[in-house]
Design a protein. Structure first.
Length: 328
């Protein structure tokens, strides 16, 4: 409103000046005015506009700025990752907005602030979920069977622009390298599900080490993947399992929410369960089964409808912040 009034004033001045250049009395009147008057109007308008811009940026920053959240060991959920803080750079945003002009739209420039305690600082701990402040969910697909359903599931994931984490049984990988390569080619994360799908807690230390390490090596040799996550088959593990995985550079990850798709529930029941229970930081366990293959599209859309993003396990468990649309 202030800008519109100023524009009207300036337009009037322009008209008067135009008339004054032709008609004597008006010309003489204008000659008596101080030449700085018009400049003063411009200066006031410019200052008011810039002040409004800065105020708007500061107001948005106050709503978005958040402190970092440290990683912690929860009594129930065990290791929970930290979450970066967010701080809008008001001065940089202000300068950038002035440079681009009012028609470019306001984009807030920011810096992320890392927490003092990260997941790496917690030692060898199992992980069941991401940080509850991070609006992201991950689909964990354990693969030891179910080949007929993998390509249809990959096609749905492509359609919905979703990336997941496949945890591969090593013996399956050794027989299905081309199919695994296709999964990798489509941009999905490939991780470790031991070699022969054993109950890890029942194994000797040497055997447990071999189960994890053999698949770790195979992932590297056949797919060029540097393995960072280990998912114990059937969710069976003990602290020694977690320690062995850590000694091989891997973090042990389980799940928050289970589709129980190996029992062949109806696709609708899976969709209803996942859509209603998924929340920020949820890790969802599934397999390439008929039930999950048919439920996958509905699960994804149900999760998205709650305002949650879907990412890989690495993305969900990272401290990297999920940013609002007007922040870059």
């Amino acid at each position: 409103m202030k800008t519109e009034k100023a524009a009207l004033v300036l337009a009037c001045i322009a008209v008067v000046i135009g008339i004054g250049s032709t008609y004597g009395p008006v010309k003489e009147m204008l000659a008596q005015l101080k030449p700085q008057t018009g400049l003063a109007v411009w200066s006031r308008v410019y200052t008011e506009t810039q002040d409004d811009l800065r105020t708007s940026i500061e107001s948005k920053a106050a709503k978005l700025n958040s402190p970092p959240v440290d990683a912690t060991v929860d009594r129930v959920w065990k290791a929970i990752p930290g979450y970066n803080g967010l701080e809008v750079d008001v001065e940089a945003t202000y300068r950038n907005a002035k440079l681009k002009g009012p028609n470019a739209g306001l984009k807030l420039l920011y810096r992320q602030i890392k927490p003092k305690i990260s997941l790496d600082d917690l030692g060898a701990q199992p992980i069941y979920r991401g940080n509850p402040a991070k609006p992201m969910v991950s689909l964990m697909i354990n693969v030891a069977w179910g080949n007929p359903y993998i390509i249809p599931m990959l096609d749905i994931l492509d359609q919905e622009k979703v990336k997941v984490t496949f945890f591969l049984d090593g013996s399956w990988l050794s027989r299905n390298k081309e199919l695994a390569a296709e999964m990798l080619k489509r941009g999905h994360e490939m991780e470790n599900h031991a070699y022969t799908h054993p109950n890890m807690s029942t194994l000797s230390r040497a055997r447990a080490t071999a189960e994890i390490q053999k698949t770790q090596n195979l992932l590297k040799e056949s797919l060029g993947v540097t393995n960072i996550w280990f998912a114990p088959p059937s969710g069976d593990f003990d602290q020694e399992t977690v320690d062995i995985a850590a000694s091989l550079g891997l973090k042990t990850v389980l799940w928050t929410l289970d589709t129980v798709d190996w029992r062949n529930p109806s696709p609708d029941s899976i969709i209803s369960k996942i859509s209603s229970k998924a929340e920020p930081g949820t890790l969802i366990l599934m397999h390439p089964t008929a039930s999950s293959s048919q439920a996958l599209l509905g699960m994804i859309r149900g999760i998205k409808a709650k305002g949650l993003q879907l990412g890989t396990v690495s993305q969900t468990l990272s401290a990297e912040r999920v940013l609002p649309a007007d922040v870059e």
